[in-house]
Design a protein around this ligand. Structure first.
Ligand code: PHE
Ligand code: ZN
Length: 849
């Protein structure tokens, strides 16, 4: 394992590589412990770049031989790469190296997952395969030959030849090395085809292990829908003769958009009704779309350097969210995305890991595949679209594709097409990319003689390295309702550009109630101490489904905070208002299920912290339980009626309508279990013919302390299915009583099926521990210590996954001194581990800074 080098890379230091790479020829002779990689690279000096010494990145490679224009050479080799003296003009560089995919446990570069060869090169994994200018602005045309006994051998582009023990691939589209991919193994395909609107026949294959073939149908449909959608909505067609997707069991992330050869974590593509939940299906549909959409936003137009990561990720997340909105319910998708944004991105933005959507420096780029870059990056695009309008947005995108196809671009390039199309100056808007932190929006109102004045004031708290913030351009979507519940001002977008600004609405008959930040028009925290009456009014009358849901969330939060801090009783006025909504059968069951959600305990902890109260995880847990019990008792009559409405009689389909009903059904079952001790859940468990119903019943049984038998049956049934077993591991922890969470986790780490080097299994267990607020934050620090022990252990094998999971400690400063000291001690212990990876070193340093 390499030692940590604290080398920081800065955006401002960008310089182009001194050569272009005209062509790349690679030959792989596969062997688990000694794969030979031969490369032939044609370099041509770039007249536009400053002259420099010739350096190629390369890590953990065993050098065999090198030649320049056919003459053997001996370059200087360092731990980071090689340096050579090269001719002034064009030249051919050849290298042969050896690597050991079997021993590659970091899952970057070429590695093996249960006997199958696969690669992961984003961001800087290609340098673990061979020496190369491993940077996204070097784009080249790749030809790849694979030699090996594996029946299936795949790489990017189109197949150009194959014979006994070899296969050759050619990708005509210039690409950076991070989009390179190779797969070889004993695989079978679910195949299909798609004809693009200009008539190209594309062969589609989803490659899996034989036993997984029955889990491919949904992914294939999602792929075809994505291809169709991108043609219809963005005018983007696919550009090769084949599109291959491969499912692998060991993968650090969700999936990867390698050109023509997407590689997926099996959890992000494989699904059958019996083994995957509705949420799994929806996630799979979104990820397939996401990776497919990268073909244009990421691959055809890529990033100049890794600081521009949001150029492809923010845009592609935005596009996949549009796709999901079109395929399912736009209203539900928006709410779900905001819940997720607040849980992950706001938490990041409010702690020591806060960074701009376009960071200015990093030590390890893997640490910046974050909710800020991805999800806030997508929010920024949503705001841009709202500000310029749909029509200008689509003209700007057309210009972007036309102008930058085949290029490696920057955020400046992206914003320029919008400036040109709209003649708008986006320099202030650009601050969204540069300034970290979640802006706070304070609201003041005035009402006089028929004129309503709304004054908005924005501030962005300091974040690491950014003490002072400038005002941003914030689009605030507003509607006004009259006291009798009619909309007197339909949704209007106010543009807040100053630190403080007033907006005047004259000619109103009565003082209106504002419905602010409709559709969550900007990723900000609205600081508005509106009255309970007003929130209950909006819950009943708001015409915007987002702000209507938001009114309910505000009420839920206020209620829980009062329960925590003052021991108050559950707010009856709110529960009455909510009951009316729940009884409204004209409302989408999925929407009603979302209304039944309560703020997460971590969210409540942050809210208390914001109000100057030190959060007590046990008190938050107790209040949440008390609220749930109160709701169950209060709605004892209503629950069976809702359960009826939620019942699905038709054969299982993972579509929006059925999943919406099932999500209402499981929210109802959770409440019902508080009344009947688990009888309904037991019946549902026995009857369940799909994983959604089976799992929600199991969670209820575990919560009710009646899970032992069902857990054993579940295990016996699903022992052979890794993805289902991940659920079995995670659920026991997630549904545990906080006093037991650590013990349950600890026991599961001793289970023979706890294959901790598999990232999905590790995350199933420790993601569930870190996600159990009261369990993880147990007062004696046992949760912190257990996680630290395992992070220390995993770091030797897999720094990338270890580093991501360090974020579990990111809110450590908001707790009491005792918990702070215990979390700090856990972090110090991780930091002190000899040979700690660069990934984890950077994370821990930022966390304790
Ligand atoms: N680029 C991938 C995506 O957004 C994510 C990824 C990053 C996967 C790094 C692997 C490694 O879809
Ligand atoms: Zn992506």
């Amino acid at each position: 394992m390499k030692d940590a080098q604290a080398q920081t890379i800065y955006l401002r230091d960008y310089t182009p590589f001194g050569w272009t790479v005209e062509s790349v020829h690679l030959t792989f002779v596969l062997a688990p412990e000694a794969t030979r990689v031969r490369s032939r690279l044609r370099f041509v000096p770039d007249p536009k770049a400053p002259a420099q010494e010739f350096f190629l990145q390369g890590e953990d490679l065993t050098p065999i031989s090198f030649a320049i224009d056919g003459t053997p050479v001996t370059p200087e080799i360092t731990p980071e790469g090689l340096r050579a003296k090269v001719p002034d003009g064009p030249f051919t560089f050849e290298a042969e190296v050896e690597i050991a995919p079997l021993h590659n446990t970091a899952l970057e570069g070429l590695y093996m997952s249960r006997g199958m060869y696969c690669t992961q090169c984003e961001a800087e994994g290609f340098r673990k395969i061979t020496f190369y200018p491993d940077r996204p602005d070097v784009m080249s045309v790749f030809t790849v030959r694979i030699e090996g006994g594996e029946p299936v051998k795949l790489s990017n582009g189109n197949p150009v030849g194959a014979g006994e023990g070899w296969a050759e691939w050619h990708d005509p589209w210039p690409k950076p090395a991070y989009l390179f991919a190779l797969v070889a193994g004993d695989l079978v395909a679910q195949s299909d085809s798609f004809t693009t609107r200009s008539g190209r026949e594309v062969a589609l294959n989803l490659w899996v292990r034989e036993g997984d073939l029955h889990k491919c149908a949904f992914g294939m449909e999602a792929l075809k829908s994505s291809m169709d959608w991108d043609e219809r909505v963005y005018g983007r067609e696919y550009d090769l003769d084949v599109f291959n997707i491969v499912a692998v069991d060991d993968f650090n992330m969700g999936a990867m958009e390698n050109k023509g050869l997407n590689i997926f974590n099996s959890s992000a593509v494989l699904a059958s009704p019996e083994t995957a939940t509705d949420a799994n299906f929806e996630r799979i549909e979104g990820i397939i779309a996401h990776e497919y959409f990268h073909n244009w936003t990421g691959n055809r137009i890529t990033c100049r350097d890794w600081f521009q990561l949001c150029l492809k990720e923010g845009l592609t997340v935005f596009r996949d969210a549009q796709f999901t909105s079109d395929m399912r319910s736009a209203e539900v998708k928006r709410i779900v995305d905001v819940i997720d944004l607040r849980a992950r991105q706001f938490a990041e933005d409010q702690g020591p890991l806060a960074h701009p959507v376009r960071p200015e420096s990093f030590q390890e780029i893997n640490n910046f595949y974050t909710a800020t870059v991805y999800e806030k990056g997508a929010e920024v695009i949503g705001m841009l679209k709202l500000l310029v309008g749909d029509d200008a947005y689509s003209r700007a995108l057309d210009l972007y594709f036309a102008r930058h196809d085949g290029q490696a671009c920057t955020i400046e390039d992206w914003l320029r097409v919008f400036e040109e199309v709209t003649a708008r100056d986006l320099s202030q808007f650009k601050l969204w990319y540069a300034q970290a932190g979640t802006p706070r929006l304070a609201v003041a109102e005035d009402w006089q003689d028929g004129t309503y004045t709304l004054t908005l004031r924005q501030t962005t708290p300091p974040t690491p390295g950014q003490p002072d913030k400038a005002p941003l351009v914030i689009p605030v979507a507003l509607g006004l309702l009259s006291p009798d519940g009619h909309e007197v001002l339909p949704t209007t977008v106010l543009e807040l550009t100053e630190a403080e600004q007033s907006f005047v609405f004259p000619g109103l008959a009565a003082r209106p109630v504002p419905s602010l930040l409709r559709g969550f028009s900007a990723p900000v925290v609205l600081e508005r101490e509106s009255s309970r009456e007003e929130r209950v009014f909006l819950l009943a009358h708001d015409t915007d489904t987002f702000t209507r849901w938001e009114a309910n969330r505000d009420l839920a939060r206020a209620c829980l905070l009062a329960m925590v801090t003052d021991g108050a009783d559950p707010d009856a006025a709110w529960l009455d208002g909510l009951e009316t909504v729940l009884r409204d059968a004209s409302l989408d069951p999925a929407y009603r299920a979302l209304m039944l959600g309560v703020p997460t305990q971590s969210d409540l902890a942050q809210a208390l912290h914001d109000r100057g109260v030190t959060p007590d995880p046990e008190a938050i847990w107790a209040a949440t339980e008390r609220l749930r019990d109160a709701r169950a008792t209060r709605w004892a009559e209503l629950l069976p009626q809702l359960a009826d409405e939620a019942r699905v009689e038709a054969p299982y389909r993972p579509d929006a309508a059925q999943s919406g009903r099932r999500s209402l059904g499981s929210a109802v079952l959770a409440l019902t279990t508080r009344l009947d001790g688990g009888s309904a859940a037991e019946a549902q468990y026995d009857r369940a013919d799909n994983m959604t119903l089976q799992l929600s019943a199991l969670a209820c049984l575990v919560q009710a302390g009646r899970g032992a038998e069902a857990l054993a049956r579940f295990r016996a049934q699903w022992q052979g299915d890794r993805l289902v077993m991940d659920k079995w591991f995670g659920l026991q922890i997630a549904a545990s009583d906080p006093a037991e969470t650590v013990a349950v986790t600890e026991a599961l780490t001793r289970d023979p099926d706890f294959d901790w080097t598999n990232p999905n299994r590790f995350r199933a267990v420790f993601g569930a521990l870190a996600g159990h607020h009261a369990g993880f934050h147990r007062a004696d620090g046992a949760g912190y210590d257990l996680l630290a022990d395992w992070l220390i252990r995993l770091d030797d094998k897999n720094p990338q996954t270890t580093a991501r999971m360090c974020a579990a400690y990111q809110s450590w400063r908001r707790y009491d001194p005792d918990r702070q000291a215990k979390m700090r001690a856990a972090l110090d212990r991780i930091a002190a581990k000899p040979g700690l990876s660069r990934d984890v070193t950077e994370m821990v340093t930022r966390l304790i800074a």
